[in-house]
Design a binder for this molecule. Structure first.
Ligand SMILES: Nc1ncnc2c1ncn2[C@@H]1O[C@H](COP(=O)(O)OP(=O)(O)O)[C@@H](O)[C@H]1O
Ligand SMILES: [Mg+2]
Length: 310
């Protein structure tokens, strides 16, 4: 089966300013996303995420390279029937009600009134906007607009959903709702390609992530493979040691921070843990907590960004 998304050597340069100087927004991007996968596209502002998405839905044309959705070039108009898209800053028709707005988009896809009515009711439920159907969009909050935008992206029951920063502007509850919707889309077998800079959101729902910095894809892969399964460190909090004694642990630990009565000892791995516990008891101290730290997406992201700085 052909992948949902195939991107080959995609490059986009913009000519800007009075002298039309060329700047590269996207440089030789190669990427494949399997059908049914949830792909998180991560990167700081200006990295090229939105540009990539616009190239995928065919509203921007590449300087070079090509993209395919389900094996067909994005230049083919017909493939758009199977795609849903939530833009980064959606433009809304202020004086339409939520329901009219979805109705309008459904009609664009050639859906009949009866099918649309059922679909719209289902979508209001899905994005938790029930009760706001007859409210004008200008009265919607930022979070509500983001939800109705999401509903709009799903109106045509797309096989592939492209969401540009779907969690932006939402509070933690709202972000969780969007995560749940994405998980539901995955259960329905849909392919989801979304961008975010909220790393923890991606970590919880993606099978695959790509990290893009300054138009270049830096790292891509399955999350489990990217994250080092080994413990990054174990952080042990100890109380009541005689003053200064904690530094007897220097050879054992990565770092020691003392604040008042309590010392935080960071160990490289679990192996030194029994030794530390025994030693603490002998010294008359008390273990307050032991926290294993695994590598997170955040760690990888910071590493990639650091590579950029140097
Ligand atoms: N229409 C445009 N004209 C000129 N430059 C653009 C245009 N769109 C994006 N860019 C530039 O391309 C780069 C990538 O932008 P973008 O894809 O929006 O990044 P992201 O979505 O990751 O924040 C930025 O440097 C941006 O200024
Ligand atoms: Mg963007």
């Amino acid at each position: 089966m052909t992948p949902a998304i195939q991107i080959r050597h995609l490059t986009k340069r913009f000519r800007t300013g009075f002298w039309l100087k060329a700047s590269t927004a996207l440089s030789d991007l190669n990427l494949e996303v399997a059908r049914g996968a949830t792909f998180g596209f991560l990167g700081p502002n200006g990295a090229g995420k939105t540009t990539t998405m616009k190239l995928l839905i065919g509203v921007l044309h590449p300087t070079s390279g090509e993209a395919f959705l389900f094996g067909r070039s994005v230049r083919e108009i017909a493939i758009k029937r199977g795609i849903g898209y939530l833009p980064e800053s959606p433009y809304f028709y202020d004086y339409l009600t939520g329901s009219e707005f979805l109705y309008f988009y459904g009609q664009l896809f050639g859906m009949g009134s009866r099918a649309l009515k059922v679909k719209i009711e289902m979508l209001f439920e899905l994005v938790k906007l029930k009760g706001a159907e007859q409210v004008q969009l200008r009265r919607y909050s930022k979070g509500m607009l983001q939800r109705i935008g999401l509903a709009q992206a799903l109106i045509n029951d797309p096989k592939l959903v492209i969401l540009d920063e779907p969690m932006s502007g939402l509070d933690p509850m709202g972000r969780k709702d969007v995560r749940d919707i994405i998980l539901r889309l995955k259960e329905e077998g849909k392919t989801v390609f979304f961008s975010t800079h909220v790393l923890s959101d991606a970590e919880m729902i993606c099978d695959q992530v790509g990290i893009i910095v300054k138009g270049q894809l830096r790292n891509v892969g399955r999350l489990e493979e990217m994250l080092n399964p080994k413990l990054k460190s174990v952080e042990v909090s100890v109380r009541g040691l005689p003053e200064g004694r904690v530094h007897a642990l220097d050879p054992l630990s990565k770092s020691i921070t003392t604040k008042g009565e309590e010392s935080l000892i960071s160990l490289q791995d679990e192996e030194a843990l029994p030794q530390l516990i025994q030693w603490t008891e002998r010294e008359g101290g008390k273990i307050v907590s032991i926290v294993p730290r695994r590598e997170t997406l955040e760690d990888i992201f910071i590493e990639e960004m650091r590579g950029e700085a140097t």
